[in-house]
Write a protein of this length. Sequence first.
Length: 162
Amino acid sequence: MFHLNRETAEDWWEVEALYDLCFAPGREALSSYRLREDRPPIAALSQVARDADGILAGAIRYWPVCIETHTALLLGPIAVHPTRQGEGLGGYLIRESLALAPGLGWNRVLLVGDAPYYQKFGFRPLSGVEMPPPTNPKRILGMSLTPGAWEGVQGQVTRAPT
């Protein structure tokens, strides 16, 4: 059993350690991190999952980005501790956090990831949406949180204004 809670400032170092554990060294050199620099994650959507003993098992963060004049959520990073992988926690984090987004005024979300995994949550490849290089265009995925939210949205993904 996992308990989801909003990530707090007290969680920050522990979440960063989890991301370091789950991702290769140099993860912050990825193009998606250029969109996150000097920006806090969206607090209302960034979640931590802890087990019954309070041990961090997973975390998910979201960031605001722009595609031309349109706003979107950038999902990621998401991580599940290696000892808890295969228990469905990643999917739980995605579903539960995304369920909050429309109520906060968000209608589209994108990520850079593996389509076979993320398609089961409703993500589809986006055409005409360009992440900063180097990003494989086949890994740029989007999901509409409201009907038609991605219709006509094309262009370069940039950092959201502060």
